[in-house]
Design a protein around this ligand. Sequence first.
Ligand code: FA5
Length: 352
Amino acid sequence: MNQTALQDLLVRIKADAAAAIEASESIDGLRAAESKLTKGPLAEALKSIKQFSADERGSAGKAINETKNAVKSKFKAAQDALRSANIEGERKRAATFDPTMPPTVSQQGQIHPVTAMQREVERIFTGLGFAVVGGPEMETEYFNFEALNIPEMHPARDAQDTFWLTNGWLLRTHTSPCQVRAMLRWGAPLRVIAPGRCFRYEAIDASHENTFHQLEGLLIDKDISVAHLIAFMRLLLREVFQRDVKVRLRPGFFPFVEPGFELDMSCAICEGAGCPTCKKSGWVEILPCGMVHPNVLRHGKIDPRKYTGFAFGLGLTRLAMMKYGVADIRIMNSGDLRGLVSPARLSGARVS
Ligand code: FA5
């Protein structure tokens, strides 16, 4: 190595030291960078002294020592600065920490309000001897319509338009297909509920979604009458709301029940005064129901001369809205985290 090459090396060592100091965020990092420079290029410079003539050795050694000391003191200064910054930070933290303050409570999530509602209804009905069953969300036209006494050209199909799959199946419009599926599987007598997601090609507003939850109920036995149906429906609403709920029963047409009813409850959002959720009527359609049509029993291979039964299709999402005071159904599918911390925090919530 000659004088020029040594000068270049020493300049590079200083530059590398400055860059390493700039990049290091901890005292350990600074120590590691300093040791790397000392054991690497600085040691190389020291070894090169042997290659210089006796005249040149003095000035070469001096230059190397100066660089070594400069690098060492730069690293020391950087370490001191970092140390005092850390101490300062600690001091500040200690000054702002108040041990008398209550701890910050992290917000713990919980199940979705619709799932909470579903579990609540399941608890009520399993207590009454009902089994909880399921059914496919992708359904055949047969189970969604035909088996429910809604043949191909029946106008009732228009009220439940849906999303059709390329294989001719559809996304089920209601949980009612579970009725005939359950009859075929278990026969009579039968007590089942079937909660699940439903889909409709629907204009969305404060009370209509294209994806929502229903809970189907079906009871088949000997001598079952409308009186049983009404008693069960009242019990359900009283248990859910823990008070007597104002309801009204009006005739409702569904091809799979005869007679059929619409059981509405007084709107819990406006207390019956009229609001966008109840379309200003003061009532919310929540629980259509009726006596199972003999044709449906026949599709389920149950003899209508021996057995009768009732069925209902509870609007589970709407029931959750009424229970927790949610004014707009769109909140329910929006992933609004307030509802996962506490459904009560959705009370009065509207979409912006
Ligand atoms: C039916 O779906 C029938 N399958 C119910 C039934 C079952 C009747 C058994 C008789 C016997 P309907 O279309 O009214 O009926 O829907 C039932 C409930 O689901 C409604 O009262 C409502 O609470 C809810 N619902 C219906 N469409 C929507 C929607 N687009 N968004 C949110 N909830 C809905």
